[in-house]
Design a protein around this ligand. Structure first.
Ligand SMILES: [Fe+2]
Length: 745
């Protein structure tokens, strides 16, 4: 692959030496930052959620310098941290906002950031539709307009906007960097321009969660897919063109008034570029598996594990938001009387990978083969978990964050009564009610698949496990970090290593010692100003009396490291008034001299401005921690007058020099792209609407449905919709599917 030397490609503009020498040289086998002192950071202006958490700048930036505000940038910090989140603004439900993707670049001397809004076909169509370009009058405008709901922007006539805003995810086998959402397909982005260029799969390959003929169907998939860090192999010697599944998603619908709910495990074949489906059936009862939501899944050598997450979808609340614009009191009333608490326990479903045999039948989204899923219940409700890839003796090890009273299906509304007697303020409007009311815990679970038993250890810490919400990247646990580093070591030319003890690619000894195996988290702490009274009442049976809650004193946010085997916590409590988001581990570029699990933790933080903030800080900053001593505090603070990102969600790390590899093998184009003109063919969209109602009554002559057809033509206004697609959508997606590439290429 490396027959001709290639220059390393970095999006950084200035590969120059560092500006200042570090305080003291680190031993060769330690990251440079281990010698740096921790910084004292003054508190923000008030406890609780900063206003800045709900503001973001939608301006695209390219390699905008991040200035060192305090401390020192370690010279061995190299590579790229991708961050996904919603482009939050007070007044709109945060989790349904357009995606904002960031890339932080480090070359040891400088740091920069780039940012872009995730723009999908429904994003581009929403603006002209909401501007009235397809309307015929007030009624069609009402039916067509996209409106905020807590799940997605929804148009009664056209469907739901696809807004990837949750997690960046590298598909190594496909050289694709995806950005995911719970309410839509994952979309691939160019790692350098950050522009979204294709969804994974055509609409026709995914089963919609709402059985409507929408032009923009609501598709539900997991926001955290799973990729097995193993080489691709054929499913059998006879079927060389199909690979054994190793990239997993879900395609599911909850039980709600529109249906009984169903759950499919789907896999993406990176050779065929096709989606395969399996319907999950409860191994104990034989009934279909139905879940509240499936925010995260994980894969081990022999199993796929799915977590039924505490992210319930309240159909009535979403319907009221979409159908009753401006009627906030009615919307609130509907939400209050229809909300149900999420499960108090975490429910894991385990599927055997040996049951996942691709066949012509698995290409069917509507009637795929049925396979058993094994149910295990543990801990408290949860959203995020990681699985160790190896499952010796059929024992699966999981690490999960448990927050039994966390519930992301609501948002704070101005005027809401809070549990401390205050009222929610305008700046909080749209913030998810993500703060759990009980102390959270970390669960280490061992599932014995031979005896079908689960053993759990739960770990809690008063400084660190209040408000476990967004998980850090699981790369150190599940093999993702090793996969990305192997790609780097294989593809990017580097100076020869002096290390003769190496036994694998790049001279790196793979495998993290058990004592060192850790995962990085952030916690939101506890802030009474983020907990509405109605939510407390919903969870009172779990939470108990208010007297047991730290309503007055609160708990500050934190970053911490959890050692999986010992259950030890090591961490840093943020100064009052600062909030932090998913901490991303970045290995030292000095590997293999420095073990690949040692390096830095890069995290975004927000506070509101005070006179104590450095000149170039907006209150939104990037902090760098020494991964071997988080407790000493950040060793470097970075910021810019243009850095305003607010609340963010998940991150991933890519080593330096992969830009040309991942950016679609320029100039040949990416190895996979959907033809967006075909995916959103207006003739087919029109036919789907016109045939929808007659499809329920196959014995009634079609001619009798003429009023239906006239009605949908009037309501949808297809000629105008076609113009919107031709002018505002198709030109943004010029790529055509490439010739199918084979595994030998
Ligand atoms: Fe997540």
């Amino acid at each position: 692959m490396n027959e001709a030397p290639k220059p390393p490609v970095s999006p950084l503009p200035f590969p120059v030496p560092r500006d200042e020498p570090p305080p003291a040289p680190a031993p060769a086998h330690e990251p440079d930052g281990t010698t740096y002192p921790g910084l004292q950071v003054p508190p923000g202006p008030r406890p609780g959620m900063p206003h800045n958490a709900m503001t973001s700048d939608r301006t695209p930036y390219t390699r905008e310098p991040l200035k060192v505000l305090a401390g020192t940038l370690p010279p061995d910090l190299h590579g790229h941290v991708y961050v996904a989140g919603p482009s939050v603004h007070a007044g709109s439900p945060a989790l349904a906002s357009d995606g904002l993707v960031l890339r932080l670049d480090f070359d040891g001397a400088h740091a920069t950031f780039s940012s872009a809004i995730m723009k999908t076909p429904s994003y581009y169509a929403r603006e002209p539709i909401n501007a009235g370009e397809t309307k015929r009058g007030p009624l069609t405008r009402y039916l067509q307009e996209f409106r905020d709901t807590t799940l997605s922007d929804v148009s009664i006539a056209y469907g739901a906007q696809e807004a990837p805003n949750t997690a960046p995810f590298l598909v190594e086998g496909e050289n694709m960097l995806l950005v995911t959402t719970d309410a839509g397909r994952p979309w691939a982005i160019h790692p350098l321009t950050l522009k979204a260029y294709t969804p994974l799969g055509y609409k026709r390959e995914w089963k919609a969660a709402v059985p409507a003929p929408w032009a923009f169907p609501l598709l539900q998939s997991t926001a955290h897919p799973a990729f097995a860090p193993e080489p691709a192999v054929p499913i059998s010697p006879e079927k060389e063109s199909q690979q054994k599944p190793r990239l997993f998603f879900t395609n599911h619908a909850p039980k709600w008034p529109l249906g009984d709910g169903w759950t499919q495990l789907v896999t993406w074949d990176t050779w065929e570029n096709r989606l395969h489906h399996w319907a999950l059936m409860d191994a104990a009862s034989g009934k279909p598996v139905v879940t509240q939501s499936l925010h995260q899944i994980a894969v081990t050598r022999d199993y796929v594990v799915l977590l039924d997450s505490n992210f319930p979808v309240n159909f009535w609340s979403i319907a009221a938001q979409a159908a009753l614009p401006g009627m906030t009191r009615v919307q609130r009333f509907v939400d209050r009387v229809t909300s149900e608490p999420s499960y108090p326990q975490a429910v894991f479903w385990v599927v055997k990978r040996s049951d996942l045999r691709p066949s012509p039948g698995t290409l069917s989204r509507d009637d795929p083969p049925r396979i058993p899923a094994y149910r295990f219940q543990a801990g408290g409700g949860g959203l995020h978990f990681a699985a160790r890839y190896e499952n010796p003796d059929d024992i699966i090890t999981l690490v999960a964050g448990h927050s039994p009273s966390e519930d992301l299906s609501h948002t704070l509304e101005e005027g809401d009564l809070l549990i401390n007697g205050n009222r929610a303020q305008a700046y909080q409007q749209g913030m998810p009610t993500a703060v759990p009311m009980t102390r959270s815990s970390l669960g280490v679970h061992r599932i014995d698949m031979r005896r079908l038993r689960l053993e759990s250890r739960l770990h809690a810490h008063d400084d660190f496990t209040w408000g476990l919400t967004v998980f850090s990247n699981a790369g150190l646990i599940n093999g993702e970090l090793e996969t990305n580093l192997r790609l780097y070591l294989r593809e990017v030319p580097r100076p020869p290593t002096q290390d003769s003890s190496s036994d694998d690619v790049g001279g790196v000894k793979w495998g993290i010692p058990d004592d060192e195996l850790a995962i990085y988290f952030n916690s939101d702490g506890f802030t009474a100003d983020m907990v509405p009274e109605h939510l407390y009442q919903l969870y009172k049976p779990i939470v108990g009396d208010k007297a047991g809650l730290p309503i007055q004193e609160g708990r500050a946010a934190s970053f911490f490291k959890f050692f999986v085997h010992s259950g030890r916590f090591e961490g840093y409590v943020l100064p009052t008034g600062w909030f932090g988001f998913a901490p991303q581990f970045v290995p030292s570029i000095k590997l293999p001299k420095v073990p690949y699990w040692k390096g830095y933790v890069v995290a975004l933080v927000v506070s509101d401005p005070t006179p104590d903030l450095p000149l170039n800080s907006t209150g939104d900053e990037v902090w760098i921690f020494d991964s071997e001593n988080i407790a000493k505090g950040p060793i470097c603070r970075l910021g810019s007058r243009n850095f305003d990102v607010g609340m963010t969600l998940h991150t991933t790390f890519l080593p330096p020099g992969l830009g040309d590899i991942l950016d679609g093998n320029i100039p040949e184009g990416p190895p996979y792209a959907v033809n967006v003109r075909e995916d959103y063919n207006v003739d087919e969209i029109q036919k789907a609407y016109e045939d929808w109602l007659p499809g329920f009554f196959p014995r009634i002559p079609k001619a009798l449905f003429a009023p239906w057809r006239m009605g949908v033509r009037w309501a949808l206004n297809f000629p105008k919709l076609r113009k919107v697609f031709e002018r505002d959508v198709y030109p943004h997606f010029p790529l055509r599917p490439p010739e199918k590439h084979s595994k030998n290429e």
